[in-house]
Design a protein. Structure first.
Length: 195
């Protein structure tokens, strides 16, 4: 299975993963997982070295959990002169698998990715920071925002692309609600919403 995985990696997946390495920065505050981050830097430095089988002699190759066990005999081989060397493609596959595992348990993260977290968590945090004590959801905030925009005289054509509604006619509900009554009306009917 490892040989098949390595073959499909070298002929297909590698190009995309290398491009991701070029635009994403990975971080870890856990010393156990830092070698994976260091390994990604090594992979990135040698990503365009051509068809070389091994990393250069003297290059520091970080050892992490992904390159031990079942992968060990594929990652480390003796070259023609009997020197113990690290096979680049096998090392890359094992490193990307270790990255996947560490990303799943959040021991490694993508720098800046916290901007794209769960909107419910972000909204709750911002509501607390703003002193809002009533429960608020992204759905409720969106309805309040569009009602407020309508009360400000903003045209439906400008609101519709951001509203999630396919047709501008669907925005008429916001026109009929006065800003002062919007929250009370919403609170009264939202519990009957069939979702």
């Amino acid at each position: 299975m490892q040989t098949t995985l390595r073959a499909s990696y070298t002929s297909h997946y590698r190009k995309g993963l290398i491009r991701l390495l070029e635009v994403l920065t990975f971080r870890s505050s856990n010393t156990q997982h830092q070698p994976v981050v260091d390994a990604l830097a090594l992979v990135g430095r040698h990503a365009h070295d051509g068809n070389t089988i091994y990393y250069p002699l003297g290059e520091h190759v970080p050892v992490h959990a992904g390159v031990t066990g079942d992968w060990e005999e594929l990652v480390w081989r003796d070259d023609r002169r009997g020197r113990r060397r690290v096979v680049r493609m096998a090392y890359e596959v094992a490193t990307f698998q270790a990255l996947r595992d560490a990303l799943r348990c959040k021991e490694i993260w993508v720098e800046g990715a916290d901007r794209w977290r769960n909107p419910d968590e972000l909204l709750a945090r911002y509501a607390v920071a703003a002193g809002i004590t009533a429960p608020i959801s992204p759905h409720r905030l969106r309805h309040f925002l569009f009602t407020w925009l309508k009360a400000q005289g903003i045209d439906d054509a400008l609101i519709q692309p951001y509203s999630g509604h396919e047709h501008r006619q669907s925005l008429e509900v916001y026109s009929r609600l006065a800003l002062a009554d919007a929250q009370a009306t919403y609170d009264r009917v939202i519990d009957r919403f069939p979702v």
